[in-house]
Design a protein around this ligand. Sequence first.
Ligand code: ARG
Length: 465
Amino acid sequence: MSKLWSGRFQKETNKLVEELTASITFDQKLADEDIEGSLAHVQMLGECGIIPAEDAEKIAEGLKVIQKKIAQGEVNYLVAHEDIHMNIEKMLTDEIGPVAGKLHTGRSRNDQVATDMHLYMRRKTEGLIELVEAAQEALLTQAEANVDTILPGYTHLQRAQPISFAHHLLAYFWMLERDKGRLQDSLKRINLLPLGAGALAGTTFPINRQRVAELLDFDGVYPNSLDAVSDRDFIAEFLSIASIMMVHLSRLSEELILWSSQEFQFVELDDSFCTGSSMMPQKKNPDVPELIRGKTGRVFGNLIGLLTVLKGLPLAYNKDLQEDKEGMFDSVETLEGALMLLAPMLETMTVNTKAMQEAVTKDYSNATDLADYLVNKGMPFREAHEVIGQLVHYGIKHGKFLLDLDLNEFQSFSELFDDAVYTVLKPENVVAARNSEGGTGFDQVKKQLQLARNAGTVLAFHSKQ
Ligand code: ARG
């Protein structure tokens, strides 16, 4: 089968080489973008008089026919045609004849593929922003319903201080807020047009790059043709954003897995989001958060893979760059899948407020408040810390939590204690007392919820600009 570049060759390509060099098995995902870019390019060629207007029209019509066929799954991609660009050009030739050969005037696959990737990343980034917002909405909804729900907050996975469950959920809201901000910011660098750079040095034809940028809704064009065809920063940047976001989703997943264990029983994931065991009839497994946690590895791998591809490349295009695609597709799809599942999983999750409440009454997570209590009575904090440490030790020895001790026992450690300790030590009061800005006190959490709601609107406003 004759190749689009066969003129200079005297021999057929070795079959294994054909297989090694082909990218059509994966870059067919860029079909829509490839046609979109070609439509803008050919319109510009016609407008600038580089090819006759009627040829430009014929090519555009042919491209639209192919677009439809692709949408209806009627095309047959061939490895012999190497990649999506040459497969489509071949189809175009079959559709409209030799005039199809004018489409590639003033263009190279190097600026073409870069353009396709920019269009793809723009579409996917915009979609991912919406998916992040949906996950944030699910976190907000659960948070709003659980301001008064108290659970132990942990450090070192040891019970530390009681907190509002809403506060815990909102921590993830803010992580996702930063992820969303990073995605939005990256659009500035994605939304730049490489097309018109040619193979590496520009072209002899009087093309109008600004016009193509306008047609494709780009903010501008790459100012340097070498950079335009060899830049993959926008993909590396996406992969880093994706990796950071997967860290967040993985941490949340880890907590959901812990919380839904028999040991915690803080939440129950809906049946429709869990799976069973083929052997043990009683099992209900949190496969979804486990897979989100597990898939984090491949997203990290894709980042390292691309950075490694890029690090030793001389300018400009090198075939190594074809290795930029599979990791990008994989990370986009992994992230989409994780976010799409996260929102409904959080929305349908049952919060076991009783188990959470029970956990905070059966521990010493109110000990800091007892130390603060002595400080308020004039004792230096270090001294108070020591006294309460001894009190906790006493409690552990006698199988009593702080609220189980009687006033005599308290007073044997310090005369400063009076009846008020019982109020101070109640978990609700412990939480409420942390009324410092950004703290878990109920009033602060309510303020934070409002901030979170407004953060959404502020960003939605910015993204419309
Ligand atoms: N399939 C190629 C890629 O993805 C397209 C660019 C090919 N350019 C070339 N000079 N061989 O990178």
